[in-house]
Design a protein around this ligand. Structure first.
Ligand SMILES: NC(=O)c1ccc[n+]([C@@H]2O[C@H](COP(=O)([O-])OP(=O)(O)OC[C@H]3O[C@@H](n4cnc5c(N)ncnc54)[C@H](OP(=O)(O)O)[C@@H]3O)[C@@H](O)[C@H]2O)c1
Length: 384
């Protein structure tokens, strides 16, 4: 029996995790589920899985959660401290909150030496050095859920990273892969969230459309696998069949392939070091027939250049990139700015704000809040 906590249980990754956990009740026990504000879904999931603890991030919804859980033994709680308690309640925590909002609970799990199934890439991008220092101290294990990093983890299979010459992250290229700059300037939020291969939450869908998602993944890969930016390549592969590759010193190139279904990497993490059934469609290579590859276009997708520059600059540059991007994506989804303004806002934040990475999580969160505030101040100039 593996005891599992799911942070962000009501989201896209959270729901896929629940599918797998509920299909194998003999293997998993749910200790805690969390959500931001979706009380009804959270309470229904907690009842069905008989979770011990249900946490809603928004304090104002605690009464509603208590009402929705009336007549059960499930403990209802709200706020930051409760999210941290949820994070350490199991042996394995699936970190699937979107954005830097997930940083403090993930750090609580790292500090407590838990195994972390990491989907919440923004937490690692913002405070990677702190998180890894703490993981080394506590003995916490980080298992990547992001399909690309999970693919690399599988291709490394415990091999010494000194034998690796480079990592190749594949990217679908998103819904605007073939769009001109002019066409991209006019796209709507609805078009940006309609990903050709993956069904995901709104924020990561927009990140895929700008390719900032691949930029964040570049930084994530650097932290998880310890390679410098110069040895991590990005390759556009529109079919999303090869999820990423590792090139070894002898010239061998190892890849992990599969249907584009997040239940595969999530299942890999849930069952690790074993395997489990996931219900994902088997890949039929005859049906796939061909695999295409392209170099990413740095002109139409400036987010890649910005992420590389932030990783090279180090210190708080990745935090700044991420925080400005979160504000910009939110503004774009709200119809307040144009698609092409997202990268513009991020670049502007990187140019204007250059700071050392703070040494504590409260200081990291304070700097994150400052970058957000300063980015928000620029929004009226760009109003769509
Ligand atoms: N979706 C994918 O296929 C995929 C693939 C790879 C990596 N990831 C990564 O996984 C993470 C989650 O992505 P997603 O697509 O699952 O997102 P999503 O569908 O938007 O779900 C986000 C989850 O986080 C909760 N949440 C949002 N803001 C919060 C806050 N301020 N405090 C506490 N909880 C909060 C949401 O609760 P409510 O429902 O109550 O709002 C929801 O449970 C992201 O970091 C993303 O980059 C996702």
């Amino acid at each position: 029996m593996r005891r599992i906590a799911i942070l962000g249980a009501t989201g896209s990754i959270g729901r896929s995790t629940l599918d797998l956990v509920e299909a194998a009740p003999e293997r998993f026990e749910v200790t805690a589920l969390t959500a931001a504000s979706n009380v009804d879904q959270l309470a229904a999931d907690a009842r069905r899985t008989n979770a011990r603890l249900a946490v809603i991030a928004d304090d104002n919804r605690l009464d509603a959660l208590r009402t929705a859980l009336a007549g059960t033994d499930i403990e209802a709680a709200a706020g930051e401290q409760a999210l941290a308690e949820a994070a350490v309640s199991g042996d394995l925590v699936v970190a699937a909150i979107v954005g830097t909002a997930g940083l403090a609970p993930v750090m609580a799990a790292v500090r407590a030496g838990r195994t972390i199934g990491l989907a919440n890439k923004e937490a690692l991008v913002s405070a990677g050095a702190l998180m890894l220092d703490e993981a080394r101290r506590s003995g916490a294990t980080m298992l990547p859920i992001d399909s690309e990093h999970n693919a690399i983890f599988q291709c490394l299979a415990g091999q010494d990273s000194e034998q690796v010459s480079r990592l190749i992250l594949t990217a679908s290229g998103g819904p605007f892969r073939t769009f001109s700059l002019d066409q991209m300037a006019r796209v709507s939020p609805a078009e940006a969230v309609a990903h050709p291969n993956w069904s995901m939450g709104a924020k990561i869908s927009v990140d895929s459309a700008t390719m900032m998602n691949k930029g964040l993944e570049l930084i994530e890969a650097h932290h998880l696998f310890g390679l410098p930016e110069t040895r991590i390549d990005i390759l556009v592969h529109p079919q999303s069949v090869i999820h990423s590759l590792v090139e070894y010193a002898d010239g061998s190139l190892l890849a992990q392939l599969g249907s584009p279904d997040m239940r595969v990497p999530i299942g890999h993490v849930l069952a690790w070091p074993k395997r489990m059934k996931t219900g994902a469609r088997r890949l039929d290579l005859l049906e796939v027939a061909r695999l295409d590859f392209e170099a990413p276009d740095p002109v139409r997708f400036p987010a890649l250049r910005l992420a590389r520059a932030a990783l090279r600059d180090g210190e708080a540059a990745p935090l700044t990139l991420n925080a400005a991007n979160e504000v910009a994506v939110e503004a774009f989804l709200a119809g307040a700015i144009h698609f092409s303004d997202i990268a513009r806002l991020v670049e502007d934040a990187l140019i204007r704000m250059s700071q050392p990475l703070p040494r504590t999580i409260p200081d990291v969160l304070a700097l994150d809040a400052e970058v957000r505030e300063r980015t928000r101040l620029r929004l009226p100039e760009l109003a769509a």
